[in-house]
Design a protein. Structure first.
Length: 214
């Protein structure tokens, strides 16, 4: 995905949203923030995705994470569409702002363009850290709706790795063991992880796969 990517600073754009004008850095402020784009208003998959984001809003708020949607229509259209989204999704309120991008400027600057249709946003999602840098990005085609459980899971991994020198292994879920970062020696790990850790016994006898619980 050329353009804005992991480790880059989010451009401090001023965007029109359903909650008024927002400067992206002011919105992020000191929080993790999820910015997620959609191909267009009044489209089926997007209606389910924005509704699911509304249903999951409490889970994100509990983690101190802000949400910002984006779709390439204007604010009037978004406000009409929100009525459908809330109606279809058991009345869960869309409490997060949705940015408008009728000129397709924002999606270019945020690297959310669908490579198959350069006039449309893909289903892109950036997690921005309190330092305004991109921590994680998903890029899905228009035909594949996102799984909000996976967004929460990935976020939990990011938040954990921001607090400890760990990484999360394949299919990790909160509560399961994590792996100790390769940059940490065994001696350091004994100090750092006083709860202990297990070293996988591998044919190489190299002690690089170490599990602990944090
Ligand atoms: C949808 O949201 O359902 C959708 C949007 C654009 C292309 C295909 C599907």
């Amino acid at each position: 995905m050329p353009g804005l990517t992991l480790g880059d600073t989010l451009p401090n754009l001023e965007v029109e949203t359903t909650h008024g004008k927002i400067k992206l850095h002011d919105y992020v402020n000191n929080s993790y923030t999820i910015i997620f784009s959609h191909p267009g208003d009044f489209t089926p998959v997007c209606t389910t995705e924005l509704g699911m984001m509304a249903a999951y809003a409490d889970k994100f708020a509990q983690r101190g994470v802000k949400l910002l949607g984006l779709s390439c229509d204007d604010v009037n259209s978004h406000n009409e569409w929100i009525k459908d989204i809330e109606s279809f999704n058991n009345g869960h309120k869309v409490t997060y702002p949705i940015a408008a991008d009728p000129k397709r400027d924002i999606i270019k600057q945020l690297n959310m363009v669908d490579p198959d249709d350069t006039q449309s946003p893909s289903r892109a999602l950036h997690v921005v850290g309190p330092d305004k840098k991109i921590k994680l990005s998903f890029l899905y085609p228009a035909s594949t709706g996102r799984n909000m459980d996976e967004v929460v899971r990935a976020l939990d991994s990011l938040l954990k790795a921001s607090k400890h020198k760990i990484a999360t292994p394949a299919n990790w879920k909160p509560g399961e063991p994590v792996v100790i970062a390769p940059s940490v020696s065994n001696d350091e790990a004994k100090e750092m992880f006083q709860q202990g850790f297990d070293i996988a016994d591998l044919p190489s006898k190299k002690e690089y796969l170490r599990f602990t619980v944090v």
